[in-house]
Design a protein around this ligand. Structure first.
Ligand code: ASP
Length: 241
């Protein structure tokens, strides 16, 4: 509706301005990516943070990742249930652990141990997503299991951001609840570095959205980078091919 259209535009503008403000305050590309994604995680309009889509059991499982194009450092979380800002958690994994990816309870524990803002799992569940899940369950199970016939309004809403800072450094980040009615424990491309997120100063910064299984199988985000780096392709050509 026109009303929702206006709400989405306002929320996207807020995100862009937050990213821009981070750069203007002297932040780097990573700061901008995190700053832009956080308000979208708080907005129930998007499939990330509060208002993320629900899994088959009516719960939210959050995936996020962030990568620096300057040094190739990356952090990610999969299937987290409590961090208010999964993108911030992903960044802390990158900055404050020797690891790249924490999953499930490990991600939630990392958030708690590093004093990140933690919410009850039920805080993330909105009436809109609950209604949607109910409708999906009422539909023919065979139809909903077929990826190609996934309803259009479930194909949008994952949030991503790429940024280029004044020093020429790139960064990329992605945050999502994954696919609506996903099986418990299913992990998509968004927290898989090289599948849903990639950044390298020499080539590009990428945040993907779509059916994660395809992005994982083809290592899409990294493949764009590789086509540019090794094949000399332009970004539009790499993306098209
Ligand atoms: N790529 C995400 C996933 O498969 C979903 C999305 O982009 O909407 O988890």
């Amino acid at each position: 509706s026109a009303e929702m259209d206006a709400q989405y535009r306002a929320a996207l503008t807020e995100a862009l301005l937050a990213g821009h403000a981070a750069l203007e305050a002297g932040g780097d590309a990573l700061d901008a990516v995190e700053a832009a994604i956080r308000p979208m995680e708080d907005s129930s309009l998007f499939n990330s943070g509060r208002g993320a889509v629900l899994n088959d059991e009516g719960e939210v499982e959050l995936d996020a990742s962030i990568m620096s194009g300057a040094g190739g450092q990356a952090g990610a979380v999969a299937g987290a249930r409590t961090p208010r800002h999964p993108i911030t958690l992903a960044r802390r994994v990158m900055a404050e652990s020797p690891h790249v990816l924490f999953a499930g309870e490990g991600a939630d524990r990392f958030a708690a141990h590093h004093d990140l803002e933690i919410m009850e799992p039920s805080w993330f569940v909105t009436p809109r997503r609950s209604r949607r899940l109910k409708r999906m369950k009422a539909q023919d199970a065979a139809a909903t299991a077929d990826l190609a016939s996934h309803p259009v309004d479930d194909k949008f809403g994952t949030v991503g951001c790429v940024a280029l800072d004044g020093d020429g450094h790139l960064a990329a980040g992605t945050s999502t609840g994954g696919m609506a009615r996903k099986a418990f424990g299913r992990v998509g491309d968004s927290p898989i570095i090289g599948a849903g997120t990639w950044a390298a100063d020499a080539t590009c910064a990428v945040s993907c959205t779509g059916h994660g299984e395809f992005f994982i199988r083809l290592a899409i985000a990294h493949q764009l980078h590789a086509r540019m780096l090794h094949g000399g392709q332009s970004l539009p050509r790499a993306a098209q091919e």
